[in-house]
Design a protein around this ligand. Structure first.
Ligand code: 5GP
Length: 195
C-alpha cells in the first residue's frame, strides 16, 4: 500500500532490536485518515469473505481493526492483556510473548464474543515473530470459530511471523512488507525504491 509505505518512510524511526517506531500515526498519535485508508484496503482484500467479526489485541491493533469493522459492518473484538473485574465470565485465553516489551502476557476474550458460528478476520498493527497473531489464532481455535485470514498493517518480513502464520494454514495479507532495516533505513520487500 503506497500511501502507507510513504508514511513509514516519512515518519518511521528505526530503533535498536529491529523495532520500527511509528508513534506519529499508529502507535501513539493516530492518523484517522490513514487508518481509514488501511480499513479500505483490508475491505478490498477480505471483503468477499463472509466475515462476521474482527479480532485484534489491545491496544495498537484497535485503530486499524475498528476502521475495517466500520467499513465491513461487523463488530470488532479486542483481546485484553490485563485482568479486569469486568471480565468475570467464561474466557478464552492464550499466552503471548511481547516482542517490544519482552514480557509474557495472558490475553483474554470473553467467550460470549466469539462462537463456532463466527468467520473471523484477525487484524494487528505489526507482525514480527508472530506471537500475537498466533495467540489470537489459539483463541479462535478454543472458540471453534473459523478464521478467514490475518490482515497486518506492517509486516517485518525478515522475522519469523509470516512463515509461522502461513504454516498454520492461515491466509496472510500485509499492507506494508519490510525486508530489512539495513543502514537504519526502511527497505520494503518488492519495492523498486529500495535504495
Ligand atoms: P509478534 O507477536 O509478531 O512477535 O509482534 C507483534 C506485536 O509486537 C505487535 O502487536 C506490536 O505491538 C509489537 N511489535 C512488533 N514489532 C514491532 C515494531 O517493529 N514496532 C512496533 N511499534 N511494534 C512492534
Amino acid at each position: 500500500m503506497k500511501l502507507l509505505e510513504e508514511r513509514i518512510r516519512e515518519d518511521g524511526v528505526v530503533l535498536d532490536g529491529d523495532v520500527l517506531k511509528v508513534n506519529q500515526f499508529l502507535n501513539h498519535q493516530i492518523d484517522p485518515e490513514l487508518m481509514y485508508a488501511v480499513g479500505q484496503e483490508f475491505k478490498r482484500l477480505f471483503g468477499e469473505e463472509d466475515i462476521t467479526k474482527i479480532l485484534t489485541v489491545e491496544s495498537s491493533g484497535i485503530a486499524p481493526a475498528i476502521m475495517a469493522g466500520l467499513l465491513m459492518h461487523v463488530p470488532v473484538v479486542f483481546a485484553k492483556k490485563q485482568k479486569s473485574s469486568t471480565l468475570n465470565g467464561s474466557l478464552y485465553t492464550a499466552k503471548v510473548y511481547s516482542y517490544t516489551k519482552k514480557v509474557e502476557n495472558t490475553i483474554s476474550v470473553d467467550a460470549k464474543f466469539l462462537s463456532t458460528n463466527d468467520n473471523v478476520l484477525i487484524i494487528d498493527d505489526f507482525l514480527a515473530n508472530g506471537q500475537a497473531v498466533n495467540g489470537l489464532l489459539d483463541i479462535c481455535k478454543l472458540a471453534q470459530a473459523h478464521v478467514v485470514g490475518a490482515g497486518i498493517v506492517i509486516e517485518k518480513s525478515f522475522q519469523q511471523g509470516a512463515e509461522l502464520i502461513r504454516k498454520r494454514g492461515v491466509r496472510l495479507e500485509s499492507l506494508a512488507r519490510i525486508s530489512s532495516f539495513a543502514g537504519n533505513k526502511v527497505h520494503f520487500a518488492g519495492s523498486a525504491e529500495n535504495d
